[in-house]
Ligand binder design. Structure first.
Ligand code: FAD
Ligand code: NAI
Length: 468
């Protein structure tokens, strides 16, 4: 007889593992199915966690090479031991994936290694790497299978010379020249890693700006700062050919609108043009689970697919492909399945690019407000006028608060600056409670902190910043 559960989660990324834990907390009998050897999905194994380890380590290297001297800390030129840096990253990943295994055990969640396929309503067949197939049964099935690299037609990713983010997190030597195709999150974060370690980085972006979708003013400032750090940008440019030679790679590019071609020589090429939902081998068509034109699993407001008892969350459905969005959906879905009222506020999902400086945002951009015809006010405060940033010599960037012109309700907050990824959360909490710029401005902020710039930007909405 098949093992029977209240809930089976296929995939143990941030969406799946969090959903499983929350469901177990609520008393459901839960199983997870994972085809990787370790839990935690893209995020813990080859995404958020290893990339942040490499960003942290390479930033320390850059500090030692370029900034500590200014603080009177004399060092000989730092020596890079890349093997050790990669081991530092792997150790961080190992700690995190083992943490998920521990939480599964603690919450009495059954773990099944293998590839899950939905063979019928309430039935998941699992094919393990070795050994026999087995079938699990459950009232509810959650598809949390995440996403995969988007590929450029005609460009083969060998993960050595032409790499995806996975290969770019494990290069065994610093490339002399790195060409990054796509100026989004991955290109700029991993471009930063290798640039700090000595690579000459050229970003080829199809659109006329980097980080499309981000507030335009922030994105322009971001590009200017990265340029100062040594990045070269080729915007409105398309890649027409990538040829791997014995030594190096030749990338042919031309203006996006057409025109003369140009070739770039590179040691390594990183393809980072987005990610696509991953549903391969799940058997969706056979059971009648519908997907949209982008291959995302279609769900209703309660994460239910076109088939009763089958749900989907995370990167495999619509919305930002972010770990915390997947996690919040996991919690909401577990609560819904357990008969509670789970909910995700999609208007307040922060985003962070973990470069130096960091870029963080929550809510609407100026462009979005303009397009929606909303009458809004802007309060801006530069870090050059913030005491802590001045004394730390981290004055790049600013805080921008967008508030409704009539009600003063905060509609969006954008920060580019050191520690922006930590600072954004006071704005997120404020927006969750539908607070106003005045609320933010009247909240006492400790001195001297970078967060005072958030308060000053909120004051600036009513033209009364103190330090500007
Ligand atoms: P995933 O994490 O992709 O997990 C899906 C899991 O399902 C995988 O383990 C997969 O093996 C498994 N699976 C798939 N099909 C089957 C099957 N049939 N049977 C069994 N198992 C299956 N987001 C952030 O918020 N912050 C960051 O800093 C960040 N950095 C990133 C850096 C990189 C380099 C990358 C690539 C992504 C990054 N992301 C980041 C995005 C983040 O990783 C994803 O949004 C997140 O992992 C999505 O979670 P998920 O649970 O939907 O899916
Ligand atoms: P992305 O969507 O962030 O950026 C892709 C970029 O490539 C865009 O600027 C796009 O215009 C450009 N592009 C698309 N096709 C192109 C082409 N043919 N030639 C040149 N440029 C092209 O995707 P990315 O960087 O691959 O990351 C995937 C996703 O992973 C992100 O969208 C994000 O959801 C997640 N992620 C999140 C991180 C974070 O939260 N800090 C870090 C890394 C990834």
């Amino acid at each position: 007889m098949a093992d029977s559960f209240d809930l089976i989660v296929i995939g143990t990324g941030p969406g799946g593992y969090v959903c499983a834990i929350r469901a177990a907390q609520l008393g459901l009998k839960v199983a997870v199915v994972e085809k990787r050897a370790t839990f935690g999905g893209t995020c813990l194994n080859v995404g958020c966690i290893p990339s942040k380890a490499m960003l942290h380590a390479s930033e320390m290297y850059d500090e030692a090479a370029n900034r500590l001297g200014d603080m009177g800390i004399g060092l000989n030129k730092p020596k890079l031991d890349l093997k050790k840096m990669l081991a530092f990253k792997d150790e961080g990943v190992d700690g995190n994936v083992k943490g998920v295994a521990f939480l599964f055990k603690k919450n009495k969640i059954e773990t099944v290694q293998g590839t899950g396929k939905i063979v019928a309503k309430g039935k998941v067949e699992v094919t393990p790497e070795k050994g026999d197939k087995k079938t699990l049964e459950a009232k509810n099935i959650v598809i949390a299978t995440g996403s995969d690299i988007a590929r450029l037609p005609g460009v083969e990713i060998d993960e050595k010379q032409v790499v995806s983010s996975t290969g770019a997190l494990a290069l065994d030597k610093v490339p002399g020249k790195l060409v990054v195709i796509g100026g989004g999150y991955i290109g700029l974060e991993l471009g930063s890693v290798w640039s700090r370690l000595g690579a000459e980085v050229t970003v080829v972006e199809f659109l006329d700006r980097i980080t499309p979708g981000m507030d335009g003013e922030v994105s322009k400032t971001f590009q200017r700062i990265l340029k100062k750090q040594g990045f070269t940008f080729m915007l409105s440019t398309k890649v027409t050919k990538v040829e791997t030679q014995k030594k190096g790679v030749t990338v042919t590019v031309e203006p996006a609108k057409g025109g003369d071609a140009q070739t770039l020589e590179a040691d390594t090429v990183l393809v980072s043009i987005g990610r696509v939902p991953y549903t391969e081998g799940l058997g969706l068509e056979d059971v009648g689970v519908k997907t949209d034109d982008k291959g995302r699993v279609e769900v209703d407001d309660h994460f239910k697919t076109s088939v009763d008892g089958i749900y989907a969350i995370g990167d495999v459905i619509a919305g930002p492909m972010l770990a915390h969005k997947a996690e919040d959906e996991g919690v909401a879905l577990a609560e819904i399945v357990a008969g509670q009222a789970g909910h995700v506020n999609y208007g307040v999902i922060p985003g962070v690019v973990y470069t130096a400086p960091e870029v963080a945002y929550v809510g609407k951009t100026e462009e979005e407000l303009k397009e929606a015809g909303v009458d809004y006010k802007v309060g801006k405060f530069p870090f050059t006028a913030n005491g802590r940033a001045k004394v730390n010599h981290t004055t790049d960037g600013f805080v921008k608060v967008l508030a409704d012109a009539k009600t003063d309700k905060v509609l969006g907050v954008h920060i580019i600056g050191a520690n922006a990824g930590e600072m954004i959360h006071e704005a997120a909490v404020l927006m969750e409670f539908e607070g106003s710029a005045e609320d933010l401005a009247r909240t006492c902020h400790a001195h001297p902190t970078l967060s005072e710039a958030v308060k000053e930007a909120a004051l600036a909405v009513a033209d009364r910043a103190i330090h500007m």
